[in-house]
Design a protein around this ligand. Structure first.
Ligand code: HEM
Length: 395
């Protein structure tokens, strides 16, 4: 891919968010180090060519200006996919109306009713491995827990879990753009059947809420329904699985931090915030709406901007000694859940899932280690994740 003529040579950096060597282990540290030597906003020729906003403060400002940096695929050719996932691929005022349909469901009060089910599931998953004294955390637990929660929320058959998780994984991490788009279409075809079932017979579930939703006093059309259901599904799967896997790998290597959680169980919500700050898993993308000079860069309309929010919690401007994990640190700034109008809709659910899981795990397996030393293999893509985390404990 050639570099567009409006991109100066001193702003070009070799960073490949799907296949970069920095993403194969310790990605947060290695990408942060790469970025600390790069311009605040740089251009990479990989993944069809795009800008990368390396500095958290700039990212926060830009994500709050949808008129300049849009989520709509009309401003970002590389983001034109079917279905248009919603509400994330829309701008206000359309975005505001679409998001309103599901806001209540995902509010702290809305998700509270899910707590007993989430807790029962955590127990169901942990109990069988406890007696064994070991597990491969990523595949045996992390990739099951949030998928089952979503399938139950949506009222979909649990036996479809492996198939759906595989589709989400292809969409999130396949290095081939055509494969990513094909995975999204496969997923949408699957979810379309569920939508049609709920249209015929609504229930008390998330898919029924979407199919009965309206904007401007009219019902959602078919594209809007599938776009919303597909994103809700994608949003919650990989992100929670990847976060929990990073958290458990960290705790296994840091018994002192585990002990703090055992001594002070009330510390857990703050500890989750701190673990999330250093282990961001998701980023986002925008398209430039007009030719403009911004933060020292000449942008052209249609330029793509990638925001690797995975590492924004590791910047010295916001956090002192950012690599040090300190559960007693006052909750510090990070953009792990994004910023601006598209700030993660599922953040309360994600926090609830992670808190309940860790409570149930620590109550049953208070002391655990990784089975082998060395760096954990990881994968990049839209969501960064450990490949496997082998754990052991006294059975
Ligand atoms: C640790 C877990 C999670 C992380 C790190 C995360 C991260 C993010 C980020 C960075 C964004 C902003 C995207 C943007 O600005 O374009 C976002 C948006 C979103 N997330 Fe999450 N997410 C997580 C869990 C969830 C869960 C559990 C759900 C729901 C099931 C969810 C649903 C969504 C939705 C629907 C949006 C789009 C919101 C909008 O466009 O208004 N996420 N998430």
């Amino acid at each position: 891919m050639s570099i567009p003529s409006h991109v100066p040579a001193d702003r070009v950096v070799d960073f490949d968010r799907f296949g970069g060597k920095e993403l194969t282990s310790c990605p947060h540290r290695r990408v942060s180090e790469l970025f600390s030597d790069s311009p605040d906003i740089f251009y990479t020729p990989h993944d069809r060519g795009h800008w990368v906003v390396a500095k958290a403060e700039l990212a926060r400002d830009m994500l709050r200006q949808p008129d300049k940096f849009s989520s709509h695929p009309r401003h970002n050719i590389a983001n034109q996919r079917k279905p248009r996932t919603l509400p994330n691929q829309s701008d206000p005022p359309e975005h505001t109306q679409l998001r309103r349909i599901v806001n209540g469901f995902f509010s702290p009060e809305g998700i509270r009713r899910l707590e007993p089910d989430i807790r029962a599931l955590a127990q169901e998953l942990i109990e069988p491995v406890r007696a064994r004294g070991s597990c491969e955390f990523v595949s045996e637990i992390a990739q099951v827990f949030p998928v089952v929660i979503f399938l139950r929320m949506a009222g979909a058959p649990l036996e479809d879990r492996p198939k759906l998780a595989a589709m989400a994984d292809r969409f999130t991490r396949s290095p081939e753009v055509q494969d990513r788009l094909a995975a999204l279409e496969d997923l949408a075809r699957y979810l379309q059947v569920l939508i049609e079932e709920r249209e015929r017979e609504p229930r008390d579930d998330l898919v029924s809420l979407v199919v009965q939703g309206s904007v401007d006093g009219r019902p959602l059309d078919a594209d809007e329904k599938i776009g919303m259901v597909t994103l809700l599904f994608l949003g919650g799967l990989d992100t929670v699985a990847a976060s929990l896997s990073f958290f458990m790998a960290f705790l296994a290597d840091h018994p002192g931090h585990c002990q703090q959680l055992l001594d002070e169980p009330g510390l857990l919500p703050q500890a989750i915030e701190e673990l999330a700050r250093v282990h961001g898993v998701a980023g986002t993308e925008r398209g430039v709406t007009q030719d403009m000079h911004y933060a020292g860069v000449d942008f052209k309309a249609g330029d793509r901007l990638v925001f690797p929010a995975h590492i924004y919690g590791l910047n010295n401007d916001w956090v002192e000694d950012p690599y040090r994990v300190d559960f007693h640190r006052p909750v510090s700034a990070h953009l792990v859940f994004g910023s601006g109008p598209h700030r993660c809709l599922g953040s309360h659910l994600a926090r609830l899932e992670m808190r309940i899981f860790l409570e149930e795990w620590m109550a049953r397996i208070p002391s655990f280690r990784r089975s082998s030393q060395g760096d954990i293999p990881t994968r990049g893509g839209l969501v960064w994740s450990p490949v496997r985390v082998d754990l052991r404990w006294p059975a």
